[in-house]
Design a protein around this ligand. Structure first.
Ligand SMILES: [Zn+2]
Length: 412
């Protein structure tokens, strides 16, 4: 049996003012009366170190929760969207969720509050204009014996309007927005920020800046896919897995030494560039026309970078990407890296033709010793488009394209 701590909290004494008493939240009355509860245990992997195969959440299992005899000991089913009135006794799994409930509650009511106390075990907010006019306040705390953040004191509802209706709401921050847009981003990560901005506006009645929504979307993306640095960390394991499960996958991952200040960190390396191709691409290319077009596109995101690609064509002029590389930027070195790997592993047939847009870096890479491409030609579409920027004549452009496609005397 667990005593309800809320009884102690409804007392009249105003414990906002006495939060200096650091032990106040560790109230003994929420302690289980039976002494047989198993304490929360940190599970150490064998051998001491964290094994790469042990998921992180296994390391902080709350075994006490598994043995809990009180089936009702779960978080409240209060919807975080903020429509419902708050009340004493609400329980949340963590501090962030409890704060989100308070934020949403106030944003929905166009009321503003400030945080007057916030630390490891408690969170106290009250109306921005706290005084005779408005007594709204909330005190959320985590007890030592409970894993929940609980509403321990509450004066509501909050009905005073923010004195100055601003375009934005102080508490409508990227965390609140992230929670609101999360399902939309989860369903479609390419959803545009303007659409999300509109959704926030219609849900909350506030126009929030593009920048704020953009940040919130980045947070949602990181929550769904892990963050940028983590992704780079997993790249080597991902490529190893590809090679293990798709035998014949070609991977050339290059790294650089990693320096902290001027000191070489021998335990870490930095991503430089990677080339890869799938066995199905290599196999299919044998049945395609003996030519491969190469091009690049710039990537967006925290670390930018450039994606280089090789495209083949089958007998029906269907196109097929056959080789890929992620490089820092487009230059002679990165093109040389891509083109040599492409020639060595994918486009291995003698006499195969390379089609490019005549970029200076590609030309320089092809001229470099050991690149391996004997035959290279230029893409007519690219030449015609460059031609058209210098000579503004549709007629002349048409002649150029026709000349490029016309047969030589020997061919006709
Ligand atoms: Zn108020």
């Amino acid at each position: 049996m667990v005593l309800d701590a809320a009884i102690a909290d409804t007392s009249d004494e105003d414990d906002i003012e006495d939060f200096s008493d650091g032990e106040a939240e560790a109230v003994p009355e929420t302690q289980p009366l039976h002494g047989d509860a198993v304490p929360a245990t940190r599970v150490e992997p064998e051998g001491g170190g964290v094994s790469s195969s042990t998921p992180a959440h296994y390391l902080s299992l709350n075994l006490a929760a598994m043995y809990s005899s009180n089936a009702k000991d779960g978080p409240s089913s209060y919807p975080l969207s903020g429509e419902m009135e708050l009340e004493i006794g609400l329980k949340f799994p963590n501090r962030e969720t409890a704060m989100l409930a308070v934020k949403n509650y106030n944003i929905r009511r166009s009321a503003e509050y400030k945080v007057v106390e916030s630390d490891q075990s408690r969170y106290v907010c009250r109306c921005k204009q706290f005084g005779d006019q408005c007594r709204w306040m909330v005190r959320v705390a985590k007890t030592r014996s409970s894993r929940f953040w609980k509403f321990r004191k509450y004066e509501g509802p909050h009905s005073c309007l923010a004195s100055l209706m601003s375009q934005d709401h102080a508490q409508l921050d990227s965390n609140v927005i992230c929670q609101h847009i999360f399902p939309m981003v989860h369903a479609d990560a390419t959803i545009c920020v303007k659409v999300l901005q509109g959704s926030v506006e219609s849900a909350y009645g506030y126009k929030v800046s593009y920048k704020k929504v953009w940040h919130a979307k980045q947070k949602a993306i990181a929550r769904i896919y892990g963050d940028w640095d983590e992704s780079y960390d997993q790249l080597r394991r991902y490529l190893n897995a590809l090679q293990a499960f798709l035998p014949g996958t070609i991977v050339d991952l290059q790294t650089r030494p990693y320096y902290v200040g001027n000191t070489l960190d021998r335990d870490s390396v930095m991503f430089h560039q990677v080339f890869w191709s799938f066995p199905s691409c290599v196999e299919t290319f044998r049945h395609c026309i003996p030519l491969v077009s190469v091009d690049r596109t710039h990537l967006y995101g925290k670390y930018a970078g450039t994606l280089l690609m090789g495209i083949a064509q089958d007998g029906n002029n269907n196109i097929l990407p056959v080789a890929f590389a992620l490089v820092e930027r487009e230059n002679t070195d990165s093109w040389y890296f891509f083109l040599t790997n492409l020639r060595r592993h994918v486009a291995t047939r003698p006499g195969v033709l390379l089609i490019s847009d005549r970029h200076a870096a590609i030309k320089a890479a092809l001229e470099r010793e050991g690149c391996g491409w004997e035959h290279n030609v230029y893409c007519v579409r690219h030449i015609a488009s460059n031609f058209a920027t210098s000579f503004k004549s549709k007629e002349a452009k048409r002649h150029l394209v026709n000349a490029a496609y016309s047969k030589t005397q020997e061919q006709s």
